[in-house]
Design a protein around this ligand. Structure first.
Ligand SMILES: [Fe+2]
Length: 282
């Protein structure tokens, strides 16, 4: 938790779909995109307290990608100076993914990072089984720090897209029961390949966009289609609230750029040119 900003920052990535031997759809290199995220964060001066990757780490059938993926995730964590916390998605192989850091003994765990408790869940089957739900309930029975963040691939809320509307967590009601009365502050999910914010009872759910491709949002009722548009999210947690801001890795050149630097309060008022005093607004 940054004392300067009062914010706990999470770099939320999802749906990397790393491949081995060929690129996804002939052009998407998930491992290269992890490096691009690190480049972006370093260049933008983003210093997250944690990196969370919500599943579909490797594309289905590309189990040979896990060693290189593990190396890429380690490099990302080292470059941004934060632990990398991963959960499995429906594309991931439960056995071969044990090569990943943090997955050797299993795919669920609790990780404390400063004042935040992360509970990493395994929804790779599309649901949370009874033993996992019981473990979850016990894990959040007592409050911790400024709260708990759940990470799971399948959001317990539906996508607005008709083709994805029934692809959320199958037993969302059981998840609600397991965390009733707990200190869960938010859930981070993926799977839909488009960003989305929702409420699950009193808990905010942030569905992160995909690093691999973005859904064509107007593809129609019978078509699933993807743009090559890699994105991730900047998530903030404070003592009083939460937020998530999707960020595109690829962008056109800026339309304008104005310095946001302002004179220090202790400096005397001076006459400056209009261009340097123009406030920066969204
Ligand atoms: Fe995916």
């Amino acid at each position: 938790m940054s004392h300067e900003s009062g914010k706990f920052t999470i770099l939320h990535l999802s749906d990397v779909h790393a491949t081995a031997g060929e690129l996804l759809y002939g052009q998407v290199d998930g491992l290269a995109r992890l490096k691009q995220v690190a480049d972006y964060a370093v260049e933008a001066g983003i210093t997250p307290e944690a990196v969370v990757v919500t599943g579909d780490l490797a594309n289905r059938g590309h189990t040979n990608a896990y060693p290189a993926l593990n190396a890429a995730l380690r490099e990302l964590g080292e470059r941004v100076g934060a632990p990398v916390l991963t959960v499995l998605g429906n594309h991931d192989c439960p056995e071969k993914s044990r090569q990943l850091d943090g997955h050797t003994l299993g795919h669920t765990r609790v990780v404390h990072v400063g004042p935040v408790r992360f509970v990493l869940l395994d929804s790779s089957t599309g649901a949370l089984d009874a033993p996992q739900l019981e473990w979850l309930s016990e894990s959040v029975a007592e409050p911790f720090g400024i709260g708990t963040v759940l990470a799971l691939h399948h959001a317990p809320v539906p996508s607005p897209l008709p083709t994805l509307a029934k692809l959320g967590l199958r037993n969302a009601a059981a998840l609600a029961d397991a965390i009733t009365g707990s200190d869960v502050r938010m859930m981070l999910s993926g799977h839909y390949h488009h960003p989305m914010a929702a409420m699950f009872g009193a808990v905010p759910v942030f569905v992160g966009p995909s690093l691999a491709y973005h859904q064509v949002m107007n593809a129609g009722p019978d078509l699933v289609s993807g743009h090559d548009h890699a994105m991730f999210s900047l998530v903030h947690l404070t003592a009083h609230g939460v937020s998530a801001a999707p960020v595109g890795l690829l962008a056109t050149d800026p339309l304008f750029s104005i310095s946001a630097a302002r004179p220090a309060r202790s400096e005397p008022t001076t006459t400056v040119t209009p261009s340097s005093t123009q406030p920066v607004e969204p």
